[in-house]
Design a protein around this ligand. Structure first.
Ligand code: FE2
Ligand code: FE2
Length: 420
């Protein structure tokens, strides 16, 4: 009686340990090895093994073995009949001596006999075979009691759940990986489409060739200087690439007019932000409000912009970025009626208009990016590539930027500074 009670306490202790081991699933292999150790230890079993079932290969692959030697197969295949029978049997131990009718026990008869495997426990969890436990004879040589079989069942359930959880995790990881790949493909497609569109927009305007692409790049630089995340920087670039998409509906002769256009033509041209918004609105843009950037990229902080004459806080931040990038490009490229302006002059203009047209902190961010490149603090030559080496190597550009940066008012985002 006392011996019985000791055994019971021992078995329950092992069961609790096993539960904890499974819950603490840091190392799956280790969990399985410990499980086998706990079963054989608590019931004084000489040999055993735990296998995981591969439903694709229809085989039991050993995860942990104890005392089975080199001869015992590490992978045991199951036929349809075996699977059917094990499923019907459920999670309860099969005595190998009485199961010789099944193909599985006939095929592996010799291996089982030589290692004296007495019990085979199919791990059936939620109507699925996830693995199996093989158990050899007990140290005492006595047959397994029904009480011991129950303990084995309870322990087997823990192991089965651990394997099942592991399978589930692998499945989730596989799906996540697939989704990641799919998402990256979509992202590449989206970005390529955006760039193709920018090129198409630029084709219409022969004088400002490459304008949209450059505005995309400048917007990207500003967002990066603001230390936005990779995806938000990508969103800012997209907003820049597509800001003038509405120009696709404006007559070519107005866009390409080699003279200052009249009021009527100007009104026609000024429709492009609204049209751009209409074009972009039905598309889902993941990282930035690209349609709003198109709609508001000609708005100014002082309310003198178009189409809606919005004031500072009413203008979406992304539109402020695109506005600065857009204006910078307009000033630094040759127009039919106006040659590009000197870099130092452009910087002075940006400073003068900070707080009126441009958000001051964006001017600061932009100039900081430029200065970093000129002083060699930034590795890539973004400005040089976009504006040409000569243009960027004006003698006093660095001191002018430094002076401007010193003079720029410290501002917080979205704060309108009235300068007059
Ligand atoms: Fe525009
Ligand atoms: Fe533009």
């Amino acid at each position: 009686m006392i011996e019985q009670r000791t055994k019971l306490i021992h078995a329950f202790g092992a069961l609790a340990d096993l539960g904890q081991e499974v819950a603490n699933k840091n190392n799956f292999q280790e969990t399985i090895r410990t499980s086998l150790h706990l079963i054989s230890g608590s019931l004084a079993i000489m040999r055993g093994g735990v296998a995981r079932y591969s439903r694709f290969g229809h085989e039991l692959n050993m995860l942990a073995i104890r005392g089975l030697g080199d001869e015992f197969p590490l992978s045991l295949s199951l036929c349809m009949e075996d699977e059917r029978q094990f499923l019907a049997n459920g999670l309860s131990p099969i005595e190998t001596a009485h199961a010789k009718v099944l193909p599985f026990f006939q095929v592996y008869d010799r291996s089982f006999d030589s290692r004296r495997i007495e019990l085979f426990l199919p791990l059936v969890i939620r109507d699925e075979i996830v693995g199996a436990v093989f158990l050899g004879e007990k140290a005492t040589g006595e047959p397994y009691t029904s009480y011991e079989k129950e303990i084995i069942c309870a322990m087997g359930r823990h192991i089965g759940v651990a394997i099942s959880q592991r399978n589930l995790m692998a499945e989730i990881e596989r799906h996540a990986e697939e989704n990641r790949k799919l998402f990256n493909d979509l992202r590449t497609t989206y970005n390529d489409t955006v760039k193709a569109f920018a090129t198409a927009i630029d084709c219409k305007d022969k004088y400002t060739e490459g304008h949209s692409v450059r505005v995309g790049r400048f917007s990207e630089i500003i967002a990066a200087e603001l230390e936005w995340g990779i995806e938000e920087v990508e969103g800012a670039a997209t907003a820049g690439y597509l800001h003038d998409v509405g120009k696709l509906t404006v007559e070519r002769k107005i866009i390409n007019a080699p003279y200052r256009i009249n009021a009527k033509e100007s009104a026609e041209l000024n429709r492009h932000p609204g049209v751009g918004f209409e074009i972009l609105q039905p598309i889902h843009h993941p990282y930035a409000d690209v349609p709003l950037a198109a709609k508001c990229h000609h708005e100014r902080l002082d309310g003198r912009g178009y189409p809606d004459g919005l004031y500072d806080r009413e203008i979406p931040y992304i539109a402020k970025i695109v506005n600065l990038a857009d204006s910078f490009d307009a000033m630094t490229t040759d127009r039919p009626y106006k040659a590009r302006r000197m870099a130092t002059e452009v910087i002075e203009d940006m400073q003068r208009n900070a707080g009126k047209q441009f958000a001051p902190e964006l001017v600061t961010a932009f100039l900081r990016g430029m200065l970093k490149e000129l002083t060699g603090d930034a590795k890539d030559k973004r400005f040089r590539r976009l504006l040409g080496r000569e243009y960027m190597e004006t003698d006093n550009l660095v001191p002018v930027i430094r002076k401007t940066l010193n003079e720029m008012r410290p501002t917080t985002p979205l704060t309108y500074i009235a300068t007059n």
